[in-house]
Design a binder for this molecule. Structure first.
Ligand SMILES: [Fe+2]
Ligand SMILES: [Fe+2]
Length: 455
């Protein structure tokens, strides 16, 4: 390629990496995404005016853009390297004529965590993105999320998102799905939950704005199972709670997309339609599972509220049990910690306070207390400012329910994102130099995707 300046190559890396990260935090039409996307479009247009295409990829583990190799990684270089390696992509090829709209669709697809290897290439082709191609790494890619790091917690999470999204799509197109794959995922998560419920809490900080229903379903399944273990359930009960959590919103597959994805508040007619998802879900589960009443019942009642003022109104006098109340707590927590079109997310600490406000009315107060105790004073995934002015992500609560969790410092005192986060256990640091937490910080104001630091 002629005349690609190093500064242009660096800028392209920064813009691609930043927008992929950004669409997990903001809607793709948000100015925080559109501005860098437009800049990227303009930059590529000028570079491609003199060249037919531009290669960005990885060679021997080192990121390159055309002739420029990035041996000393900045945060953006490291992030983009990890994204490409994680997706089994060797090269991204941008061709002359690539439009800003294609770039937007492409970035949205790349940001979908479950899409890797061949599935990623297929999604790009299916979205009619003609001016961007991916060349995949030769080794067989980890399509089902389980081949490389089969036992890792993250791989189980990816597998769960995959299974849930396929299952929902089956239901949407009128098929009655087999539950074998979901049962396998539930088994794997059950063993993780029994070993240590807290490993699951970090996972549930993974959010994906564009695939809200799938990620929300998985998060509710995962959190329900963690809470079920803390509440003393095991065996078949634990698995049933998991099933109910993963499937609690499956009835939304019956709701018109215009209502489901409507930006802003629903009209009262639309809200009435939306409420039908609880009973639709219970019916779908009846078709899928036959006789497992407790799962269907938990799904039917996940909005019924502890004081029975919720919906469906006709079901308020039915007997709902602990399974239903566990799913309701997990559902509420994940919903209020996730960014939606019409509301900003609460940080985990504020979300626990909100759950406590709803104790005894919407939610079972005893379960809320168990949930809050499990999460600790600074729940996993909370972004905090330390007295050193550094910014850190809480990775593990303080075992003694105090204020000194294990953290990863991700930003230095001057506000620079660190290339490599620094792990610190605030409880065991030398008290003379030890850092303490001074405040909770909103990840959106720092553009930090906390889930990247939780593994
Ligand atoms: Fe729901
Ligand atoms: Fe839900």
């Amino acid at each position: 390629m002629n005349n690609l300046a190093l500064t242009q190559a660096q800028r392209i890396v920064l813009l691609v990496s930043g927008t992929v990260k950004g669409v997990n935090l903001y809607p793709a039409d948000h100015p925080a995404i559109l501005a860098p996307l437009n800049e990227l479009g303009g930059l590529l247009e000028s570079v491609l005016a003199g060249n037919p295409d531009l290669h960005l990829g990885i060679i021997d583990g080192v990121l390159f853009v055309e002739q420029h190799l990035f041996f000393t990684p900045s945060a953006a270089v490291e992030e983009l390297t990890n994204i490409l390696l994680g997706k089994g992509v060797d090269v991204l090829l941008f061709k002359r004529g690539v439009s800003a709209d294609e770039l937007k669709r492409f970035i949205e697809i790349v940001a979908q965590r479950q899409l890797r290897g061949g599935q990623l290439a297929e999604a790009i082709a299916a979205a009619s993105i003609d001016h961007i191609a991916v060349e995949l790494t030769d080794r067989p890619s980890d399509e089902d999320g389980a081949a490389d790091d089969g036992d890792s917690v993250q791989a189980t999470y990816r597998q769960a998102v995959n299974v849930v999204s396929h299952l929902f799509k089956d239901v949407e197109s009128g098929r009655i799905p087999q539950l074998d794959n979901l049962a396998e995922v539930v088994d794997r998560i059950a063993s993780l939950a029994i070993k240590d419920p807290l490993t699951l809490v970090g996972l549930a900080m993974i959010k994906d704005y564009d695939n809200y229903t799938f990620y929300h379903s998985v998060n509710v399944g995962v959190l329900s199972m963690a809470l079920a273990v803390v509440a003393g359930l095991g065996g078949e009960d634990l698995r049933s709670v998991g099933m109910a959590g993963f499937l609690h919103d499956v009835g939304k597959t019956r709701i018109e997309k215009a209502i489901l994805n409507k930006p802003g508040r629903l009209s009262s007619d639309e809200f009435e339609r939306m409420k039908m998802h609880a009973e639709d879900g219970a019916r779908i589960i009846g078709e899928m599972m036959g006789s497992n009443h407790r799962v269907a019942q938990a799904v039917l009642g996940h909005h019924i509220r502890f004081n029975r003022t919720g919906y469906p109104a006709w079901a308020r006098d039915l007997p709902f049990d602990l399974f239903c109340e566990i799913v309701a707590v997990a559902d509420c927590y994940d919903a209020i910690t996730t960014l939606r079109v019409y509301k900003s997310p609460l940080n985990p600490k504020a979300a626990l306070e909100k759950l406590r406000e709803l104790s005894g009315t919407h939610l079972n107060g005893d379960l809320v207390e168990k949930f809050a105790t499990m999460m600790g004073k600074y729940p996993v995934g909370t972004l905090v400012r330390l007295d050193s002015n550094e910014i850190a992500v809480v990775c593990r609560p303080d075992q003694l329910a105090g204020e000194q969790p294990a953290v990863k410092i991700v930003m230095d005192a001057a506000g620079r994102l660190l290339d490599k986060p620094i792990s610190r256990n605030l409880a065991t640091e030398n008290s003379a130099v030890g850092r303490t937490i001074v405040a909770v910080v909103d990840p959106l104001t720092k553009s930090i995707d906390v889930s990247r630091y939780l593994d």
